[in-house]
Design a protein around this ligand. Structure first.
Ligand SMILES: Cc1cc2nc3c(=O)[nH]c(=O)nc-3n(C[C@H](O)[C@H](O)[C@H](O)COP(=O)(O)OP(=O)(O)OC[C@H]3O[C@@H](n4cnc5c(N)ncnc54)[C@H](O)[C@@H]3O)c2cc1C
Length: 301
């Protein structure tokens, strides 16, 4: 680790932090410290980092914009690579958009709209990076990433090798993709959209934004829908029907505005959230016989 720190000091000054609280890197504002968090500026720096981390056998965690993760209270050992602020390429040629994994999904949706391309309107209010959205197969309303991803460039974390995988080979499913088992970092994404009508695209985006503002607890730290939608049900409705709207454990609360969200009402710990998840799972199962599976990914120790 000492050798690695010396390398960081020499090569990545201002783009790495030691013992950095993950509260500063998650939309939940929850999480213990990462031993080291680094923010590579480009693909070449990412490759150098991976070579070092591999040689030194340092544990590695990847985060995008931190909007779908719960980091445990003891934090993350080893190195966290944050892609959020790196890999910012964003180009549009005809109906194809090529973008870096660190570009915000909302920015890609807005770019598509500015070129009168339809297919990404659903993404306008999702606060993740494009890489995180592809990894999770993010979706909402009438769309999901699956429908627009043409191909993905990935860098293998073990040897830094790069390959391009076609979207149709990524086994996209509900909030999952083959990328989740691939031990790689998504660096670039090619999206294929369809020409549309400017007014219709703008209207759809405004409707979806309005829907989020009126229904979701956007004024409080959260990580989006806490649970996956169980087949034939809505998680929020099941939780509400089980009488759990507003249910609290420490600083974590089932949102009073939308029971599918868990919000941090002040200094919630990851333990509070994990206990709340378990209580909700037990009570909803008792009440309806449906087992709720978390959508948010739990990282750290
Ligand atoms: C208010 C709010 C509303 C939301 N609404 C929606 C919604 O409507 N639909 C929806 O699907 N989600 C929603 N989310 C959840 C979240 O925004 C999405 O899942 C988003 O796509 C996650 O992207 P991220 O960059 O924040 O990923 P992170 O949370 O940082 O990471 C998520 C996972 O992706 C991995 N990952 C991230 N980037 C990369 C990369 N470049 N290479 C390899 N692995 C990577 C991480 O290791 C982690 O396992 C919402 C969240 C919030 C806070």
């Amino acid at each position: 680790m000492e050798k690695f720190r010396a390398w960081l000091e020499e090569n990545m000054q201002g783009r790495y932090y030691l013992q950095e609280s993950m509260k500063n890197h998650t939309s939940f504002h929850i999480g213990g410290p990462a031993d080291i968090i680094v923010m590579p500026k480009d693909v070449e720096e990412l490759r150098q980092l991976l070579a070092f981390i591999g040689d030194e056998n340092i544990p590695l965690t990847i985060v995008g914009n931190g909007s779908n993760i719960l980091v445990k209270d003891n934090g993350i050992r080893g190195v966290v690579i944050k892609i959020g602020n790196a890999l910012k390429k964003l180009e549009c040629n005809g109906n194809v958009i090529v973008a870096g994994a660190g570009v915000s999904l909302a920015a890609v949706a807005i770019k598509a709209a500015s070129f009168n391309l339809t297919g990404l309107e659903f993404a306008v209010g999702i606060p993740g990076s494009l890489g995180g959205a592809v990894f999770m197969n993010a979706g909402a309303y009438d769309g999901e990433m699956k429908n627009v991803v043409k191909s993905v460039t990935v860098m293998h974390i073990k040897d830094g090798s790069v390959k391009v995988v076609k979207g149709k080979n990524l086994d996209f499913g509900y909030r999952c993709s083959a990328l989740q088992a691939m031990e790689c970092i998504i660096t670039e994404i090619t999206l294929k959209l369809v020409p549309g009508k400017k007014e219709a695209i703008a209207e759809k985006m405004a409707d979806f934004t309005n829907c989020r503002i009126t229904k979701q607890p956007l004024d409080m730290p959260n990580a989006g829908s806490m649970f996956k939608r169980p087949p034939g049900h809505y998680a929020g409705t099941l939780i509400q029907d089980a009488g759990l709207k507003g249910y609290k454990v420490g600083g974590a609360q089932v949102s009073k505005k939308h029971a599918g969200f868990v919000v941090n009402v002040g200094n919630a710990t990851a333990n509070d959230v994990l206990q709340l998840i378990k209580d909700v799972q037990d009570r909803v199962y008792e009440y309806s016989g449906v087992y709720l599976e978390p959508e948010v990914r739990v990282l750290g120790e």
